[in-house]
Design a protein around this ligand. Structure first.
Ligand SMILES: [Zn+2]
Length: 106
């Protein structure tokens, strides 16, 4: 019960930028793991097609996750075009509703 209220408080005090950064790093981590999996994958020559298809599918999946999550929490507009400013910590807002990236998620 204490843990859930602490988690709620943490969520409330998080800015839009922090939330987007978290998804960004989650995707980077995922792609790194997929790449590592590809390097470690040792098998008969015939398995390489399966390996490549698996890696491409996993990579596309991570890309889709990022594309779906990299959105304005208020109006759901895509923020992919603003990603450079968001990731470099520059002040910017949603191109559609104008909400600042350093405002808290409500
Ligand atoms: Zn918006």
């Amino acid at each position: 019960m204490i843990a859930s209220s602490a988690l709620k408080h943490y969520h409330c005090s998080m800015t839009i930028r922090k939330s987007l950064m978290r998804w960004y790093w989650f995707t980077i981590l995922g792609l790194t793991l997929i790449f590592a999996l590809g390097l470690m994958w040792r098998g008969p020559e015939s398995d390489y097609t399966i390996r490549n298809v698996t890696l491409v599918v996993l990579g596309l999946f991570m890309y889709v996750v990022l594309a779906l999550k990299f959105r304005c929490p208020r109006c759901r507009a895509s923020l992919v075009t603003k990603s450079a400013s968001i990731l470099h910590g520059r002040p910017c807002g949603c191109p559609k509703c104008g909400v600042g990236m350093d405002e808290l998620i409500d």
